[in-house]
Design a protein around this ligand. Structure first.
Ligand code: AMP
Length: 276
C-alpha cells in the first residue's frame, strides 16, 4: 500500500492510475479506523480497481469546545487495517497541506440548521469544504460514506449534486458491535460502565421502530425513548423522525423515514440512526 502525505505525490499517484485506465474509489476518514471503516474499504474494493483511504482529522469541523485535541490518532494501526481491508493507498495530509496560508473559501451546504447542525455550528460547512477538497485532489470515480453519519451523507449528496462534482456517492450500512452499538472512533472514550449503557441507544431506536409500526403516537413513543435513555445516564440532544431523502420533519409515522439520535454519555457524544 502506498502512503502519501503530499498533494503533489497524491496527484502523481492518481495520474499513474488514470493512465492505466483504473477506476478509483475514495474513502474519506478521520482515522482511528475500526471495522466500520474496513467495511467501507471492502465495499470500495468491490466497486473500483484502486481504493484511496484518506486520513485527516479536519480541524474546521470541530467546534472550539469539542474533542479535536483528544481525537484518537493511530496512524500505524490505521495503515495496517486499511491495507488488510484492501486499500491500495493511504493519503494522510497535514493541516498545512489542506489549509495553506491564505486559505479563505468555505462551502455552506444545506441541512446546517437541523439535527447535528443545530448543536454543532460550522460543523457541516467544515465537512463539506474538506470533502470537496478531497474530491478535487483525488478526482475519484466513486466515494463511499457510512449511513452511521446519515446527515453528513445527505449533506455530501446535496453538495455533489449542486456543485456538479463528477463523482458517484455510495452509502454503506452502519456496522455495529454484537450488542448493537454503532461502531465509532469515539466509543473508545467510554468507561466500561458507559460502554454497557451505550447499547441502550440502538435498543431504544429499535424499540421506537416497533412501537411506531404498532401504531403508537410519534410524540409519545419519542418521549418514552428519551426517558429510557435518561434513565441510563444519557443527555439527549435530539431524537427525531425525519424524511429519509431530505430530512424534512415528520409529525407521524411515515414510510421512507429515518429515526435519528444524538446523545451524550458523560463527555462523549454518540450518534445513531435507523431506517423505518
Ligand atoms: P469518520 O472517520 O468517523 O469521519 O468516518 C469516516 C467514514 O466512515 C464516514 O463515512 C462514516 O460514516 C463511516 N463510518 C463510521 N463509522 C461507521 C460504522 N460503524 N459503519 C459504517 N460506516 C461508518
Amino acid at each position: 500500500m502506498e502512503i502519501l502525505h503530499e498533494k503533489t505525490a497524491l496527484s502523481r499517484y492518481v495520474q499513474g492510475l488514470r493512465a492505466q485506465g483504473k477506476r478509483i474509489a475514495l474513502v474519506p476518514t478521520m482515522g482511528a479506523l475500526h471495522a466500520g471503516h474496513a467495511s467501507l474499504i471492502q465495499h470500495a474494493r468491490d466497486l473500483a480497481d484502486d481504493v484511496i483511504v484518506s486520513v485527516f482529522v479536519n480541524p474546521t469541523q470541530f467546534g472550539p469546545n469539542e474533542d479535536f485535541a483528544r481525537y484518537p490518532r493511530t496512524f500505524e494501526a490505521d495503515c495496517a487495517l486499511a491495507g488488510h481491508a484492501g486499500a491500495t493507498a493511504m493519503y494522510a495530509p497535514d493541516a498545512a497541506q489542506m489549509y495553506p496560508d491564505g486559505f479563505a473559501t468555505t462551502i455552506h451546504p444545506p441541512y446546517t440548521e437541523i439535527l447535528c447542525g443545530a448543536f454543532r455550528p460550522g460543523h457541516f460547512a467544515g465537512v463539506a469544504t474538506v470533502v470537496v477538497k478531497l474530491l478535487q485532489q483525488v478526482q475519484p470515480d466513486i466515494a463511499l460514506f457510512g449511513e452511521k453519519d446519515y446527515q453528513q451523507l445527505c449533506v455530501i449528496r446535496a453538495v455533489v449534486r449542486d456543485l456538479d462534482i463528477p463523482v458517484e456517492i455510495q452509502s454503506v450500512p452502519t456496522l455495529r458491535e454484537a450488542d448493537g452499538l454503532a461502531m465509532s472512533s469515539r466509543n473508545r472514550y467510554l468507561t466500561q460502565e458507559q460502554r454497557e449503557n451505550a447499547t441502550e441507544l440502538f435498543k431504544q431506536l429499535t424499540a421506537l421502530k416497533s412501537a411506531l409500526s404498532q401504531g403508537l403516537a410519534l410524540q409519545e413513543a419519542l418521549e418514552n425513548a428519551r426517558q429510557a435513555l435518561k434513565m441510563v445516564g444519557f443527555r439527549v440532544e435530539y431524537l427525531e423522525l425525519r424524511q429519509e431523502n431530505d430530512l424534512a420533519p415528520l409529525t407521524a409515522f411515515a414510510p421512507q423515514s429515518r429515526l435519528l439520535v444524538a446523545a451524550w454519555l458523560g463527555t462523549t457524544r454518540l450518534i445513531d440512526n435507523i431506517a423505518l
